[in-house]
Design a binder for this molecule. Sequence first.
Ligand SMILES: C[S@@+](CC[C@H](N)C(=O)[O-])C[C@H]1O[C@@H](n2cnc3c(N)ncnc32)[C@H](O)[C@@H]1O
Ligand code: SF4
Length: 448
Amino acid sequence: MNIKEKIKFFNYLAEDFDSRDYPPIMLWKSIQRQRIEEGWKQRVKEISSGEADAPGLYIHIPYCQTKCFFCQFKVLAGTDPEMHSRYLECLKNEMKRMSPLVKKLSFKTFYLAGGTPTIFSAEQLEDLFNTAEKRFNLSQTVQRLIEATPATLSLKKLRVLKKYGFNRITIGVEVIDKKMLHAINRQHQTEKMVKDSFEQARQAGIEFINTDLIAGLPGQSIDSFLYGVRFILKMRPDAIHIFTYREEELVIFCRIGKRITDKDRLRKDKMLALAEKMIRKAGYGFGSNEPYLLTPDAANFQLQYRYQYNVTLLGLGALALSFIPNHHVYHNAQIEDYLKFWPEDKATPFFTGYPISRAETRLNYVLNNIRNGLDKEQFFRLYGVQFDKTYQKEIEDLKRINRIKNDSEKVKLITKNDFEFRSYSKFFFGSRVIKELQAKIKIKPSEI
Ligand SMILES: C[S@@+](CC[C@H](N)C(=O)[O-])C[C@H]1O[C@@H](n2cnc3c(N)ncnc32)[C@H](O)[C@@H]1O
Ligand code: SF4
């Protein structure tokens, strides 16, 4: 492909998936359990010999009270404790099965997300944390973090979190305005619940509170969004993460034909700009596309380590993502298969993922860091090769179209927005992946 053809093809691809996923999820295939276990054995050796950093432990809980109409994730809605207990038993079986493989490892971070992990009762949470501590070495964790919603929190649960060393909680608020809560199918959340959850988290002694808001929903007015920002600023969270709404396959709004209009898009840009001003004025910094922080310690370390250092990740639970650098990136089974296989302790055979070589692991690092500026010295420390020599051709191509800023210390892509980043970062994609994408899409770049 010449440069013009590449741009056409990459623009076409950028419509569909995020460059943070490398290799792109649309290329992932099923993988046998044996391959996964081999990968872990190899990685444990690398970590034990000090060649690689300590890993993170991730647990996925795909349950919520209701499914919000904007949500892009696969979740099961419902509050039946029986349903949650069944999943918990599966998780405990998976922990038992996986722990011998990683018993030599000491985990640096422990993260529960979903869905809404705090939908579990205080007793279920305690059972889960107890088992995790028994099965894995969590004694050296620097951060334990969990995602929650105001409506699923209570002082009792927060005290359990504190007891098990959780030092960061996300209180996902999304929107505050009543009309909007109704429109997104989240009627059960009230302003009082939001206030109480912040107060109780502090009372329980959780060190860092992050909160999530969403901007750019269909029909969301600027006033409605800013009402939420002002409300949240009064709570003084340590981190604020504003997500920009994306129309994805699993979003209910899309399925019922409620699409964003050009007016919504314009409003979203205004919302983000106004919110940034207000949040920065209130003393928060460090934010670009990432959360605004009062202090760097309020960041999500598991994500930070993963993106900045390619740290190994063991994911447990249906749909959980695992990352074995130099070997595989993979997702656990779909919820239905997970529930079918694990209760009988028959390890589920259903994984989907993609093998990644050492060079592709390095490339994964490049894609995660080149938007905000990749530090060349750090790159050399991690991979033992010079950036400029390794990616000579890619740099030349991007230079010809003025899309790269490359000095002796840092290298950065020049892009105006998310779409451009998703497109131009693909200049770095490996040739094997490009070939597979071309074959999958079955369109020649010149025909797009
Ligand atoms: C896994 S969700 C969990 C958060 C928690 N359950 C809650 O409701 O706050 C994490 C974040 O993904 C974001 N998110 C979900 N669907 C999205 C979409 N279609 N576009 C952009 N962000 C989305 C939400 O803003 C949410 O805070
Ligand atoms: S936004 Fe949170 S609560 Fe709503 S469906 Fe998604 S994960 Fe569940």
